[in-house]
Design a protein around this ligand. Structure first.
Ligand code: GLN
Length: 539
């Protein structure tokens, strides 16, 4: 097993994950099996209990793990399915150490950060990497070097290099440090000092980086690369220029031009392999050269942070490559619709997406948005909460069930058309207790969903506590809202469609989570195609 440890310096939010995932893609294109592990040095056990406003979307894996959104990036770039073990948090590690202590596993010993916590970290990284069956594991350390939180993890990976790389055996571990090169003044002089400082900090911990990825507004100039090389003690070919570019999907090519994969494979004494990046390049060409464009309103409540809906945005990008139609995502605060009405906010857009969400704020705006789409035949996709909102609108305004609601928002509603899952009634803990992960769904032949998925059996990822009240199902069906996707036992409504609409689809699951560059989420693709068809009268 070979390890690539990726650290970050100077500031957070440099796109470490995307850079690491892009390198991963290059290594895959050379014929290697690559996996990824993300380390998040916070005390939460997982991302499930964290506010998307602060941390962006909570990504959900097949096994139901609620994880950091970087795992989504890795799944998309490596085209692999990860499990929740691939997101290691301080919370998980400490929980394990403390449980062991209570069982008496360290009997007689003083339990300490070094070696007990660091040993647990090392064991866990190695276990997850080896269980994946990969040749190379990319291990990204969240946070910035120098943070108190990341210290035990940095110490653990420092030890791993020592444990695994006796000098005579070549490298088993390499370190990539991602830093920022700011530009100062009118001429935009590129400054290396923050990078020098952060590398010094890393070396003080005992880690010498092998490669420096220098993030900047523009291409890093040759003399600046040389300066970084000199001050940070890496060869100049190991200083990688990573300027801002138009699309993250272009990063693999940017790294390839600088021969990063060759450098890494050479360090590992692995064969360079014959590169095949054709599929990715072809996808990128199609993504970057759309002929059409549509505006899609994303009606949510975390709209100030684009990362809160990142998988939807990516699913639309994948759809663009497939259709040649660019998607301009317009983030709309649901409360704006409550204030100004749907017509004035949404009439100018070509399609509407209401994504998942929790809690009461903005809910009436989302229900109104679904009703507006239904009445105006505007293409609509409702995901999870957005699906539930479409059902509530239908109940209130077509079935005339006054004050119909989800019992999440109105526990005393006379018509709980959306109700708590029966198995949730006894659940009191919040962490990891929803209906989570991939479940089988049976798709009805002849439906829109079936035409998009092209199969009767699908597996899609879930994250919810509420569902369509099965007792009220027939009222909907008799009036034109049909359920074309159900759980295997037929009890749970998974997909809703509206008879007579061009495209009005809701899903209890999250199709955006499994969207991949060359295999877009079928329901997002359907939305884009329907919007294109209405706008350009084609398709
Ligand atoms: N709040 C809703 C539920 O728990 C929807 C969840 C979601 O959109 N992810 O069922």
């Amino acid at each position: 097993m070979k390890y690539i440890f990726v650290t970050g310096g100077v500031i957070s939010g440099l796109g470490k994950g995307t850079t690491a995932a892009s390198l991963g893609r290059l290594l895959v294109s050379r014929g290697y099996r690559v996996t990824a592990i993300k380390i998040d040095p916070y005390l939460n056990t997982d991302a499930g209990t964290m506010n998307p406003f602060e941390h962006g979307e909570v990504f959900v894996l097949d096994d139901g793990g609620e994880v950091d959104l970087d795992l989504g990036t890795y799944e998309r770039f490596l085209d692999t399915n990860l499990s929740s073990d691939h997101n290691i948090t301080t919370g998980k590690i400490y929980f394990r150490v403390i449980s062991k202590e209570r069982k008496g596993a360290y009997l007689g010993k003083t339990v300490q950060i070094i070696p007990h916590v660091t040993n647990e970290i090392k064991r866990e990284i190695a276990r997850v990497a080896e269980a994946s069956g990969a040749d190379i594991a990319i291990v990204e350390l969240g946070g910035t070097v120098g943070d108190i939180e990341s210290m035990p993890f940095l110490e653990a990976v420092r030890q791993m290099r020592m444990d695994l790389s006796p000098a005579e055996q070549g490298h088993a571990c390499i370190f990539i440090h991602t830093t920022l090169i700011p530009e100062i003044g009118a001429v935009g002089e590129q400054k290396t000092k923050p990078t020098q400082h952060s590398v010094r900090e890393l070396r003080a911990i005992g880690i010498d980086p092998d490669i420096i990825v220098a993030r900047a507004e523009r291409e890093i100039e040759a003399d600046i690369k040389e300066k970084i090389s000199l001050f940070c003690n890496v060869p100049v070919e190991a200083v990688i220029s990573a300027p801002n570019i138009e699309s993250i999907y272009g990063i693999p090519m940017m790294l390839d031009e600088q021969r990063v994969a060759d450098y890494v494979l050479n360090k590992f004494s692995l064969e360079p392999g014959k590169q095949d990046l054709r599929e990715w390049k072809d996808f990128y060409q199609r993504l970057m050269n759309p002929k059409y464009s549509v505006d899609v309103a994303i009606v949510g409540k975390y709209t100030e942070l684009a990362d809160a809906y990142i998988s939807h945005i990516e699913a639309f990008r994948h759809s663009t490559a497939e259709t040649g139609c660019k998607v301009n995502a317009k983030f709309i605060e649901a409360e704006e619709i409550e204030k100004h009405g749907a017509e004035s906010v949404l009439a100018g857009t070509d399609a509407i997406l209401v994504p998942g969400g929790f809690g009461h704020r903005g809910i009436e705006g989302k229900i109104t948005a679904a009703g507006f789409a239904r009445e105006s035949n505007k293409p609509y996709l409702g995901v999870c909460l957005g699906f539930q909102c479409a059902v509530i609108d239908y109940a209130r305004n077509v079935l005339s069930l006054n004050n119909a609601n989800s019992s999440e928002f109105d526990p005393n509603t006379p018509y709980p058309v959306i109700d708590l899952l029966p198995e949730q009634r006894t659940v009191s803990d919040k962490g990891g207790t929803m209906r989570l992960g991939a479940h089988k769904i049976i798709v009805e032949k002849g439906s829109i969903a079936h035409s998009l998925y092209g199969t009767e059996e699908i597996f899609e990822r879930h994250r919810h506590r509420y569902e369509v009240n099965p007792e009220m199902k027939s009222d909907f069906v008799s009036r034109g809202m049909i359920f074309t996707g159900k759980s295997e036992d037929g009890r749970r409504m998974e997909i809703a469609e509206l008879k007579g609409s061009d495209y009005f689809v809701g899903s209890q699951f999250h199709p955006e989570l499994k969207s991949r560059p060359t295999r877009p989420s079928p329901l997002h693709l359907g939305l884009v195609r329907a919007a294109m068809k209405q706008k350009y009268r084609i398709g």
